[in-house]
Design a protein around this ligand. Sequence first.
Ligand SMILES: C=C(O[C@H]1C=CC=C(C(=O)O)[C@@H]1O)C(=O)O
Ligand SMILES: [Mg+2]
Length: 462
Amino acid sequence: MLHTKVSQFEDIIDQALTTALEDKTPQLVSFVEQIDYQNPYVFFHNGVKVDQHRVFWKSAEEDFLMVGVGSANKMFTSGADRFQNLQTAWNELREKAIVSDGYKQKGTGVVALGGFSFNSGNLKEAPWEKFPDSQMTIPCFLLTNYHHVSYLTINAVIYPEDHKQQILNQLLEQEELLFHGQDFTPHIPERIRAEEQDPEGWKSSVKQATEDIKAGLLDKVVLARELKVNFKEDVHIAAVLQELAAKQANSYLFAIESEGAYFIGATPERLAKVEDKTLVSTCLAGTIPRGRNEDEDLRLGKQLLHDRKNRQEHEFVVQMIRDAVDACCYDVEIPSSPVLYPLRNLQHLYTPVRATLQTGYTLLDVIERLHPTPALGGMPQHTAIDYIKANERMDRGWYAGPVGWMDRQNNGEFAVAIRSALIQGKKASLFAGCGVVEDSDPQSEYEETAVKLQPMLSVLGG
Ligand SMILES: C=C(O[C@H]1C=CC=C(C(=O)O)[C@@H]1O)C(=O)O
Ligand SMILES: [Mg+2]
């Protein structure tokens, strides 16, 4: 921290101490400075010297990335009201915060990063014991890279009994650790085993789902499966993130730590983004591989655009998102037919959604209404959720749940945590699912999920 900045920082600690003493409650302070450009993977790597708790977010569409280290505060909410309870806790925190910020860039200052499990309130089964129903962290140190400029936010909670010099010394020491040592050797772990969980059983549950759909039980359901992987050594999370960033364009990258386990992924699917009053959402469902050459790629893309089964998978998502967005927005814009969304090894049907939020609604309200969309759950929403609980034979944990961030102005963005893995030391569980409709073929759906497992598998042992 520059010397001039230290005195500004001292000022807000003084202010916070006064308020904390008057109100007899802890006080959140937030200090933002522009710094020399930082490599986010090195920052993430160095972060562990300060705190094991680290979070990471990279946008799919613009040069915008955040790395959080430590936590000034963590918000946990659970049960059916977890989104609303989080909003209440968040409002209290952000309104009371004392902020020193001369830049006002998005994703700086009082920012919360984290996510939610797919289902709320269920008992956590292996391997999800270390992940709560929801967790949103206000990092102690937050690096924000936006349009190739780096900002560092320091967030701290000041208690009435704190001493200014002590707080200052500790934060400056930690800051030194974060910026000390400028590189690490990228190391992809050696895989010693990859074990599918009963593939034949999974295919028969897809078959059964098509029969239940034909029988009128529901219209669509997304069924997922797990791949368990073991490595020779502990997985180096910073290296995995760096590899994912190099390989997976058009994807959101995220990593969230909880009790030493890391949930990490490269997902193409936005759930909702709010900037000022503009809401953007994404309908992404319907899948085909990329071609091995341009001709094959075009042919496959065309095939996907005209395939009845994939169009049906997609249409359920558009319908549901349209209804949910109509209820809390105006000026809703949704094109009448999808276009292709290309990824490294597969392509999806994509329909963008844009609207203006009605006054009084927040990003979390929208997420509560949307989650899970039929791209992750099914149609009708609640029937599909129950169907998944009864038939999927695994605990989804945070797979397909909302992950993302929000700032003090209630702007922010959440994606859905698909193409993801839960990593614990030398072990990982990878997850992928697919939309099942009446015309689904179990073998093709199985192959589709195999392709969806590839992005994570390719950075976890090659
Ligand atoms: C549920 C997943 O993908 C969804 C997103 C895009 C396309 C999908 C599909 O075509 O089945 C899925 O709905 C996953 O990757 O685990
Ligand atoms: Mg599909």
